[in-house]
Design a protein around this ligand. Structure first.
Ligand code: ADP
Ligand code: ASP
Ligand code: MG
Length: 330
């Protein structure tokens, strides 16, 4: 079965980033399903645009995309979408307009990547929001994958927009911020993929946020149950439902950058006992197979494999996770 590869927005900033993404996709023996996020920062700008309807903000978004598409020779892939976005500025605000505006981020980046792949001579098809969802705008739930057989067709790269879907009335919806990973695992489950690769700018799932704690380490393995709970407590900005499609079925997920071995998330129960620390309000959340032991130290249980502690993340990482880091091996 075709693999699913999600390219994160953190890796999509410039024209050369799209070339790197295309080269990576073309290096697969079996052409994958590629789930594409919006260019870094664009979703925030689109949501701001929906609120302000500022023409200056529109022009900033336009220039960002033209600066990427022009040097790649694929300007015609974005001009109709940018025109549609400009026309959307006149839409009166409604419950569905925030998602409508946000949808342009993934529609634009997927159109660029698709055009780059075609220019490189690849056999590829583009699918815009093939996920049918309910109408909970901003937090929609996938219900069905349309065009499943075409997307799963071997021998063709299927470029799919992440994050967005359409409701029964054909209106764009979004599954919630950071949701491209979730749409990738959902599509993986629907097509029966064995592996979903979430490609990001971090080398893998790390023991804590590397921007906050310098000695955060990459976890080589994580169980699916730990990943489910890690996403719920906000690890790596994962959408809280990212790993639910992985619970049933026979699918593994890897989180990595273009070069690292990354983290394998599968039906395994690996050490170390405490794996991930996140910031939870004033305290921290600790995820790991042995996390429930921490209730003896005053931790509040959050799930089978996660607890909340009243100490800062740096301290929880130092005392609970760091002592085991030296035993983490590949
Ligand atoms: P993408 O959607 O491209 O994967 P995100 O911004 O959603 O990008 O997530 C990647 C960022 O998450 C990394 O740059 C890293 O700094 C941050 N991050 C926070 N916590 C973790 C963690 N536990 N493991 C890995 N990355 C983390
Ligand atoms: N572009 C969306 C966001 O910024 C989805 C994602 O990147 O995962 O939330
Ligand atoms: Mg993300």
């Amino acid at each position: 079965m075709k693999p699913v590869v999600k390219i994160g927005g953190s890796l999509l900033r410039s024209a050369s980033d799209f070339i790197k993404a295309a080269e990576f996709i073309l290096s697969f023996k079996e052409p994958p399903v590629v789930v594409v996020s919006a260019i870094k920062g664009v979703t925030d700008m689109l949501l701001e645009l929906e609120k302000t309807r500022s023409y200056l903000m529109y022009e900033e978004i336009l220039h960002r995309h033209l600066a990427v598409a022009r040097p790649l020779g694929v300007e015609e892939a974005v001009t109709p979408l940018l025109k549609e976005l400009e026309e959307s500025l006149r839409l009166p605000r409604a419950e569905w307009t925030a998602d409508h505006f946000a949808s342009f981020g993934e529609r634009l980046s997927a159109a660029i990547l698709y055009a780059v792949l075609r220019r490189a001579g690849a056999k590829a098809s583009l699918y815009v929001a093939p996920i049918r969802t309910d109408s909970k705008f901003g937090n929609a739930e996938p219900q069905r994958l349309e065009a499943k057989d075409e997307i799963a067709e071997p021998g063709v790269v299927a470029v799919v927009t992440g994050f967005i879907g359409r409701d029964g009335e054909g209106r764009f919806t979004t599954v919630g911020r950071g949701g491209s990973d979730y749409t990738a695992t959902y599509i993986g489950k629907e097509i029966g993929a064995r592996k979903v690769s979430l490609i990001t700018d971090a080398p893998g799932v790390m023991t804590t946020d590397p921007r906050e704690v310098e000695d955060a380490a990459v976890l080589p393995f994580l169980s699916i149950q730990e990943a489910v709970e890690a996403a719920k407590v906000g690890a790596k900005n994962f959408h809280p439902r990212t790993f639910l499609p992985v619970v049933e079925g026979d699918m593994a997920v890897e989180v990595r950058n273009y070069h690292s071995r990354g983290t394998l998330i599968a039906n395994i129960y690996p050490p170390p006992p405490y794996k991930i620390v996140t910031k939870c309000g004033q305290g921290s959340c600790v995820v790991g197979l042995a996390a429930s032991d921490l209730t003896k130290l005053g931790g509040t249980p959050l799930g089978r494999y996660s607890v909340r502690l009243n100490i800062p993340p740096r301290q929880a990482h130092e005392f609970l996770v760091k002592p085991y880091i030296k035993y983490i091996y590949w």
